[in-house]
Design a protein around this ligand. Sequence first.
Ligand SMILES: [Zn+2]
Length: 336
Amino acid sequence: MSFVPRILKAVSFPAKEHVMAKMNAIQFQPGLSLNDFLEQFGTEEQCAAALEQSRWPSGFTCPVCGGTAHSVVWHDRVKTFQCCSCRQQTTLTAGTIFHSTKLSLKKWFQAMYFLTQTKNNVSALELKRLLGVCYRTAWRLKHKVLQVMVEREQTRKLDGRVEVDDAYLGGELPGGKAGRGSENKVPFIAAVQTSESGHPLMAVFSRVKTFSRAEIKDWASLHLAASATVVSDGLACFASVTTGGAAHEPVVVGTKRKSTSMPCFKWVNTVLGNLKTATSGTYHAFDFYKYGFRYLAEAQYRFNRRFDLTTILPRLLRAATTTGKRTEQWLRLAED
Ligand SMILES: [Zn+2]
């Protein structure tokens, strides 16, 4: 008897061992341990110093006039920088994602730590418990950090060989109805750029209203370099990826074969599988429809920085200082 199940056949690739070794190098890299985190960011003073250094690496610069000469005044315990040219007073957090926060910077740093170092996502509910804050605060904190990730990733462009697929997230119906056209799900485009040696490099996950040629055209102009080559299945809308100059190699998927078992879609399928595992245990489906684009950006942000877990926190901090004030009301209204 030499019975080999079809599914096993379909997922064995010649370079599998090499790929596994590569993946393990990423999975086993040292992150920022809780101990190291607490040593670096365990006090309010350390967090404030890190924020100041991140926001003004070459020293204070007035956000109004660009002047650098300043004096420091203290209002209660809040460090305030007063510009010598225009007299504007600026706090460390003013005009950043931390604007008007009543929460300690320690809690902010802890939130950013948990949201970047864990493999699977941390929900607002879990953050509430981890930080010892109320649910609403945890929600606001989480969505502000996610918004930083959204804005940092929104100009991400993929180049070279790019596997593209249509996908859905959340809102699984009890009957297990799935696939194209299923109701109550968030449709999104998943795209993974692979290296010449066939390894995944960068990913883009973009929410779309529907898989139409017009939407794919807009998406392609934002996220594909003109020299990219897109590999997709034969779904008609994907023909629009060429509008920005990218080449397109549609692969006809037979009625009996699934694109999930085809080697040319290996990485987009792997990444989608991981994304679904990371989100399914964490989030309630009802959130997805409105805020799905933020959860996708969270996954994309972490995926694209997975090679270096030790710098992901300082890089997020830097991005947080360049993202402006985002109120809770704005966060609740915003739909991509
Ligand atoms: Zn000034």
